[in-house]
Design a protein around this ligand. Structure first.
Ligand SMILES: Cc1ncc(COP(=O)(O)O)c(C=O)c1O
Length: 403
């Protein structure tokens, strides 16, 4: 796939995936957003402003850290961590929020709305809203509000209204539906900051572009430190924005293997996981055509993951294309392996990763024995784990009790 400039096409198709599967009322705002984004991308003033906030506010570039003790313990590769956990607010999500908030300002929209699962995207949206003096409402499933209570507290402190969503499974999917309903009603004053490479065009393209700073930096940093490109990139995949952010700058570097890691939850059985490529098939969910976990009648299946940020029934459409083209491969790890990886990274490197990011770490722990000693591997450490400590404690308590 050497033509990444042309992907997606003008209607947001990534090969057979993507598109704009939305109600008529959303077509006008989505087309306006696409046009404004295309204009902004070509505007040197916008690019300069984006770079300013990424450097001065988010704290970019984030380090590419050589994990010496982890590499030594596994004994089969040089492992680097791309430290997105060191971004302001503690995850990669803010890279996209800064970009979209600047777009909202160009469109003279003073209210931001967002959905959130793990709460990191909600916190990042509330943060940029405070920084730019904008109003903010974040939709969050009630189940996620309970398991990510720290982030609810942070959003409220930052001045956002956190709107609990009690429909369905009360997680990310229902939060997205609520945010879309709000957007339809308030579109003149409101911009919807979608938090991953999901939903209708232009979001999968736009979020990827705003996150692609991760891979551009990592590529440069690896060349500087090692004098060559890495052999392998590993990232967890919820909707897929941190993974696309890392992968995109390497898409044309055919020798660089790219591996996305989904949530295997309690095992690949209906309702017990969120590994769309392991248990899903082609379908449409919330604006985009992609791999979706669904039953034989096309009803969306329940999902499960110990990490709220990976707990979603669809995967970003560009990942589906990369997989078809055999340019990226996808694996899954279980809840248990992810929690084990949190503890291992703490012990090896003094770094507490988010449960989401721990899926990528767990994959490396499992696969490292098949690699060569001088292989260079980059893990995208998408976020820090402070938000997850109560969830991990509860998970370990349940394991001990045999549940
Ligand atoms: C730290 C962290 N990593 C990863 C994800 C998954 O999202 P994505 O696949 O879009 O990177 C989330 C989502 O909330 C997150 O908070």
């Amino acid at each position: 796939m050497s033509s990444k400039i042309k992907i997606p096409d003008a209607h947001g198709h990534f090969g057979p995936y993507g598109g704009m599967f939305v109600p008529e009322t959303l077509m006008t705002p989505l087309n306006e957003l696409t046009e404004e984004y295309e204009r902004a991308k070509r505007d040197p003033a916008f690019r300069k402003e984006l770079a300013y906030y990424l450097n001065e506010y988010v704290g970019r570039p984030t380090p590419l850290y050589y994990a010496a003790r982890m590499s030594e313990a596994l004994g089969t590769a040089k492992i680097y961590l791309k430290r997105e956990d060191l971004c302001h607010t503690g995850a990669h999500k803010i890279n996209n929020c800064i970009g979209q908030a600047l777009l909202a300002r160009r469109m003279k929209k003073n209210r931001l709305i967002a959905e959130t699962g793990a709460g990191q995207h909600g916190v990042a949206t509330a943060t940029v809203a405070a920084m730019f003096g904008m109003e903010c409402t974040v939709y969050m499933g009630k189940v996620d509000m309970e398991r990510q209570a720290l982030n609810v507290f942070r959003m409220e402190r930052l001045g956002a209204t956190v709107a609990p969503v009690t429909a369905g499974q009360q997680t990310l999917k229902e939060a997205i539906s609520e945010a879309m309903r709000d957007w339809v009603t308030n579109v003149r004053s409101t911009h919807y900051i979608l938090g991953s490479v999901l939903g209708s065009h232009p979001y999968p393209m736009m979020v990827r572009d705003f996150q692609s700073v991760i891979g551009r930096e990592a590529r440069k940093q690896c060349l500087k430190k090692e004098g060559r490109l890495p052999d392998r990139l590993i990232a967890c995949v919820g909707g897929g924005s941190n993974a696309m952010g890392l992968f995109y700058a390497f898409v044309d570097d055919r020798d660089v293997e790219m591996i996305g890691v989904e949530a295997g939850g309690r095992g690949i059985r209906g309702g017990e996981h969120a590994a769309r490529f392991a248990g899903g098939r082609l379908g449409v969910l919330q604006g985009t055509k992609t791999y979706v976990l669904q039953d034989k009648d096309g009803q969306i299946q329940l999902t499960h993951s110990v990490s709220a940020g990976l707990d979603y029934a669809a995967i970003g459409p560009e990942h589906a294309l990369l997989r078809d083209l055999k340019r990226a491969t996808y694996a899954h790890v279980s809840d248990k392996e992810a929690v084990k990886a949190v503890n291992a990274l703490c012990a090896w490197e003094g770094i507490l990763p988010a449960l989401e990011s721990a899926h990528a770490v767990a994959y490396v722990m499992k696969q490292a024995k098949t690699w060569k000693k001088d292989d260079i591997v980059i893990i995208n450490l998408s976020g820090r784990g402070d938000k997850d400590v109560m969830q991990i404690a509860e998970w370990e308590r349940q394991q001990k009790a045999g549940n």
